[in-house]
Design a protein around this ligand. Structure first.
Ligand code: FAD
Length: 292
């Protein structure tokens, strides 16, 4: 099913994200955990694309498994250093396994590369027409409530997000954020700039302290004092931190839903137990979270 259809029913949704294996040695264990996430029957599931296409084939395999399990798949695709042929091949392989949704991304600059000048496709907005050329997909994109790290300022970044939507992007998923007020301000500014597509709020239950350090480095996300206190107090007790992270994420999601944000995406990082707990916490609130 097209994700645009799922997002337009007026019913709150909760989607989950998994990543493909990086090597063949861990293929079976990753497939097992992604199958366990799919068994939770979220509204849809996204599967990431390894840096610069390094897991291209595995992304298609995992997306195919998700579709086979009866859950709608959203396959990520980046255009970092890609040619039209590599994009076409990936799009064709996704089409062949029944995938109807693609998250069009530029991808991160590889280490040591400062600019995209040498690349054919420099931005996600340039990838979208290529995907459209090779198939009838519902296309989404990424957006950044705290601005993309390379953007000069938030205003410029929002204008660039609009270019993506004008190119045919039908929904946006946010980078993770830990303070809902940042998201509410951002949503207001997107709407003010004329970006009217559904915006899915990306929530990350950070279940280990090392992971948090990495996130801050990569996304430059603001960590509220309340979350810092949780990390300080429970950072060395894995089971306690996991419980606290699930509670914090649930609290964030409840606040979003109560304020009219209907679509939530959880960066579940192949952890079916974390996803299941959050679903349980929302079982009377989000229809897909209720288990019979
Ligand atoms: P773009 O939309 O191209 O934006 C990148 C920068 O260029 C921004 O600063 C923007 O303001 C600017 N810009 C955009 N369009 C224009 C334009 N037309 N003219 C001038 N400037 C412009 N990475 C992966 O490798 N694999 C994944 O699976 C993956 N999944 C992700 C999922 C989500 C929800 C998010 C938020 C990020 C994901 N990423 C993934 C990371 C992403 O690839 C990086 O954040 C990357 O640096 C930017 O990708 P983008 O598609 O947002 O780029």
């Amino acid at each position: 099913m097209k994700i645009s259809t799922i997002l337009n029913t007026g019913i709150p949704t909760l989607s989950l994200e998994v990543f493909p294996p990086k090597t063949s040695e861990v293929y079976d264990s990753v497939v097992k955990s992604t199958n366990e996430v799919a068994a939770l029957k979220p509204d849809f599931m996204s599967v990431t694309y390894g840096a610069a296409g390094s897991t291209r084939k595995y992304t298609t395999d995992i997306a195919a498994n998700i579709e086979k399990s009866g859950v709608t798949a959203l396959a990520h695709l980046t255009c970092v250093n890609a040619s039209e042929e590599t994009i076409r091949d990936q799009v064709e392989s996704l089409k062949a396994v029944g995938v109807e949704n693609i998250l069009a991304l530029r991808g991160d600059l590889p280490e040591g590369v400062e600019s995209t000048d040498e690349w054919i496709y420099k931005h996600a907005s340039e990838l979208i027409p290529v995907i459209k050329k090779y198939g009838d997909f519902c296309i989404g994109g990424a957006c950044y409530p705290e601005k993309h790290p390379e953007a000069e300022d938030l205003k410029t970044d929002i204008l660039n997000m609009k270019k993506k939507v004008d190119a045919g992007c039908e929904f946006l998923t946010t980078q993770m954020f830990f303070d809902n007020n940042i998201f509410y301000n951002y949503l207001y500014r997107l709407r003010d700039a004329g970006v009217m597509v559904p915006v899915i709020a990306g929530i990350m239950p950070v279940t280990n302290a090392k992971q948090m350090a990495r996130i801050i480095k990569l996304s430059q996300a603001f960590i509220p004092r309340r979350y810092v206190a949780l990390l300080d107090r429970f950072g060395h007790e894995p089971a306690a931190l996991k419980q606290a992270a699930i509670a914090y994420a649930t609290d964030q999601i409840l606040d979003l839903l109560a304020n009219g944000v209907d679509h939530i995406h959880i960066y579940t990082m192949n952890k079916p137990d974390v996803a299941a707990k959050i679903q349980e916490n929302l079982s009377e609130i989000v229809p897909s979270c209720k288990k019979s």
